[in-house]
Ligand binder design. Structure first.
Ligand SMILES: [Zn+2]
Length: 85
């Protein structure tokens, strides 16, 4: 990434080049076009970082047997049982 020390608008161009929010307006049908939060496809106004926390920080967490990791392990074990002789 080149860093010119003459043009301050370079920083604005960088910001405008950021990934855009993919949410669409109910009224106009147009895209939001706001800057998307890093790691999300939507902006902070359209639900980025929303939802309940994962794992044992989730309100309904009980024993960990239903976490995405535990389910992936079970799925893999079932696949191996099916394919191995
Ligand atoms: Zn948005």
């Amino acid at each position: 990434m080149p860093k010119p020390d003459t043009n301050p608008m370079y920083l604005v161009e960088l910001m405008n080049a950021a990934p855009r929010c993919t949410a669409t307006s109910k009224r106009t049908g147009e895209r939001c076009k706001g800057p998307a939060v890093r790691g999300w496809t939507v902006c902070r106004l359209h639900g980025a970082r929303g939802g309940a926390p994962e794992g044992d920080r989730h309100g309904n967490y009980r024993h960990g047997g239903r976490t995405q990791e535990a389910q992936a392990i079970r799925k893999l074990a079932m696949l191996m049982r099916r394919t191995l002789p």
